[in-house]
Design a protein around this ligand. Structure first.
Ligand code: UDP
Length: 447
């Protein structure tokens, strides 16, 4: 007994934890977690045949069949960053898979100074509904960098796909090409800032087509619009099947007790992800059903607002030993995977959301999932069929309690959720959509 007490007293405290992964005082009673000071080397990219074991041979053969008519066609993707963020992550997988299908795909990244990225960040927030004063100077900065990038790039491909607003004005290069130009919008345009949208809209209207991530994100436009859901890669570190021994090791390191139900939310510490609401819902639900809460997030240490939200979360938690808060570095895909895999229930109680890839990840792992009925979450969670949609803290608490006390129903939800992802939100489905769209565009837009 005495030796155990000494061990507990001598184990990691928050101040000794160099990476600060465990943000809660409960870490004082845990073994010291591994630290990830250096990001691990990326895993090698999978090949098409590797997906057969997941989606079945016919799906992969169908991709080969659809690509036949596209042999020797070329495609250019243009976006604003090669690393970080969902778009770059998706392109990193999509481009080699298209190349394997003989659709030569060039990926160019625009460059710009801080002034450009400040303007485009402000545009991004404004298009999500934030207040903003669009100045003439901001417009000039935007147009000048778009023009510089236009001059720097060659456009010899059959199809050019411009991702998001940052490079949208590069459509100016279209007149010198015979290519079909597509605007792929990954952001929620359902309630855009009128001035910023009014400025961008004339550029968007010059494209041959636009692609949105959800029906609700689209705008009225005089060009054809297509719906492409975002996707996850089932072979990535975040989503591949893990050995249970690894899941156990991660839980041990973070002091998570797998013999008791685990409710998890994985999200940046951002008010719109409502982590404080999750804590409140958990506290209500736990009065009726034993469980622990894991809140895993990242970026709070280098994002001043994230640090404030993390502080608010800790205040809401108080000294509750059943809540484990983890502030993880960005390269912890395997650990996030392990936490999701270990969970009994996954929650994404967002108040506003883009598509909500954490929901896709949880459904893919067959987890009964509770999500706020916002953004792209209702595309993924069909209430009572592939998960549970909620509109309030009390609603979330009720569903946590319900799922914990109805395990057979919860298991069935998880199974349905995984099928829904397999059908609609995997990388292979995304490749299929691209191949079909390329066929349509190369026939002059006639399906
Ligand atoms: N994520 C992560 N570490 C964290 C928090 C989130 O790797 O600490 C990942 C999460 O697994 C998901 C993505 O970041 O893949 C978040 O995407 P989502 O669409 O859910 O939300 P966003 O942060 O883009 O608003």
């Amino acid at each position: 007994m005495e030796s155990m007490k000494q061990e507990l007293e001598s184990s990691t405290t928050l101040s000794e934890d160099p990476a600060g992964q465990i943000a809660h005082s409960r870490s004082e009673r845990r073994a010291k977690p591994r630290t990830w000071e250096i990001p691990p080397a990326p895993a090698p990219a999978p090949h098409l045949d590797d997906y057969k074991s997941i989606v079945g041979e016919p799906v992969v053969e169908e991709l080969r069949f659809l690509a036949r008519g596209l042999a020797k066609k070329t495609l250019k993707m243009v976006n604003s960053t090669a690393v970080g963020g969902g778009v770059a992550e998706m392109l990193n997988r999509l481009v080699p898979l298209l190349a394997e299908l003989d659709v030569t795909t060039h990926w160019d990244v625009i460059t710009g100074g801080n002034d450009f990225f400040e303007v485009t960040k402000a545009f991004h927030n404004a298009l999500h509904g934030a207040p903003y004063e669009l100045t003439r100077e901001a417009q000039e900065i935007f147009l000048t960098y778009n023009e510089q990038n236009r001059q720097r790039m060659q456009f010899n491909e059959d199809i050019v796909v411009i991702h998001d607003p940052q490079p949208a004005a590069m459509i100016g290069a279209r007149k010198d090409t015979s290519a079909q130009w597509v605007w792929r919008c990954h952001i929620d345009l359902s309630n855009p800032h009128p001035q910023v949208w009014g400025f961008l809209r004339p550029f968007i209207e010059q494209y041959n087509a636009a692609i949105f991530s959800s029906q609700t994100f689209a705008r009225q436009l005089p060009i054809p619009q297509y719906l492409f859901y975002p996707c996850i890669d089932p072979l990535s570190e975040k989503n591949k099947k893990l050995d249970d021994s690894f899941v156990q090791k991660v839980c041990d390191e973070f002091g998570i007790d797998r013999s008791r139900p685990i409710v998890t939310q994985v999200s940046r510490f951002d008010r719109l992800k409502d982590p404080v609401g999750v804590v409140q819902a958990f506290k209500l639900a736990r009065k009726y059903a034993d469980c622990q809460l894991v809140l895993a997030g990242g970026g709070a240490s280098d994002d001043p607002e994230g640090a404030i939200v993390l502080k608010e979360v800790k205040e809401a938690v108080g000294n509750d030993p059943d809540v484990i808060i983890l502030d993880l570095p960005p390269w912890c895909a395997l650990e996030i995977n392990a936490l999701q895999s270990a969970s009994t229930i996954v929650v994404q109680k967002s108040l506003r959301e883009g598509f909500g890839l954490t929901v896709t990840e949880a459904l893919w792992k067959g987890k009964p999932t509770i999500g706020g009925a916002v953004g792209g979450i209702p595309n993924q969670i069909i209430h009572k069929l592939t998960g549970m949609l909620v509109h309030s803290i009390e609603g979330c608490a009720y569903q946590i309690r319900y799922l914990l006390t109805h395990p057979e129903f919860a298991t069935q939800l998880g199974r349905n959720g995984r099928e829904h992802v397999k059908e609609n939100f995997l990388m292979t489905t995304n490749v299929r959509r691209w191949l079909l769209l390329l066929q349509i565009l190369l026939r002059g837009g006639k399906a």
